[in-house]
Design a protein around this ligand. Structure first.
Ligand code: ADP
Length: 264
């Protein structure tokens, strides 16, 4: 994409055109770009505006619950309302996180992310989520740091780890690896969970895309996690790779390219 004047945006494509010739195609994408940016602003604003009323709602629900007797028939509906309000709040937070990451504002790839530190943070989070019901394995190469945005990388990795736990039955194993490869350094999360049918794999990073809505909503997610991962990785010149076998498990991974590794 290249801006050709103050307010027009052209997409240029160079294609082979027989006999060693090349064809240059230009498409005016100004309108598409404007609509996309309106959509992003709209989502960011709506999510922001929803935060306050939801917090108020939750506060009052909590007060009402504490005012009711333990045995009161009102306890059950109040608890259900509170659960749904909490769910809505976490979706709004995910939407806000996605808007921020999509916008890519304030991305600074010059800072060094201490990956050992980040992975031990991830380990704490994973332990809290797994609650002794899963076998967690961490195999991480030390002194393998990245130039990047710590918050975004942590957000990407932690979404992958929490998915691995949520889509694996208790007793299963989740393995997290961070190690050097020929093209850079690879982060992977392998689980022994439900697996994903092949026809869904290409669409997993779309906003709100869920493989099986009934099953996914039981796990309490929003369908935004992998969209957040995709954008966070693209800011680090990286892409999400997925391999999976139904009933056996999945591996989600990405490679941080060599030029973003800290050379010591
Ligand atoms: P959600 O909040 O629904 O988990 P995500 O964007 O994180 O949303 O994931 C999109 C969908 O991808 C999920 O609804 C689920 O169907 C599938 N998925 C993600 N991670 C895994 C996994 N480790 N194993 C099986 N399915 C997964």
């Amino acid at each position: 994409q290249s801006p050709v004047s103050e307010n027009r945006l052209l997409e240029l494509r160079l294609m082979p055109y027989g006999d060693g010739q090349l064809l240059l195609m230009a498409r005016d994408i100004t309108r598409i770009h404007q609509l996309e940016s309106m959509r992003k602003d709209f989502v960011a604003n709506v999510s922001h505006e929803l935060k306050t009323p939801l917090t108020v709602l939750q506060g009052y629900l909590e007060i009402m619950q504490s005012m009711e007797d333990e045995q009161s028939p009102n306890q059950k509906p109040l608890k259900l309302m509170q659960q749904q309000a909490t769910r809505m709040q976490s979706m709004v937070e995910q939407l806000l996180a996605l808007s921020r990451i999509e916008a890519g504002a304030n991305i600074d790839l010059s800072k060094t992310v201490n990956m050992s530190h980040m992975i031990s943070q991830l380990q704490q989070e994973a332990k809290a989520l797994a609650m002794d019901n899963y076998h967690l394995v961490f195999e991480c190469e030390p002194h393998l740091n990245v130039h990047g945005d710590e918050m975004q990388l942590l957000s990407a990795c932690s979404n992958l780890v929490s998915n691995a736990i949520r889509y694996t039955s208790p007793g299963g194993t989740v393995t997290i690896r961070w190690h050097r490869v020929a093209t850079g350094a690879r982060f992977s999360v392998t689980d022994t969970g439900v697996g994903i049918p092949p026809q869904h794999i290409n669409r997993l990073t779309e906003r709100f895309y869920r493989v099986d809505n009934a099953r996914s909503s039981q796990t309490g997610g929003s369908g935004l996690g992998l969209a957040i991962v995709k954008h966070a990785l693209s800011h680090h010149h990286s892409e999400l790779k997925v391999s999976s076998e139904i009933g056996k498990g999945s591996t989600f991974s990405f490679v941080i390219p060599m030029h973003l590794l800290e050379h010591i």
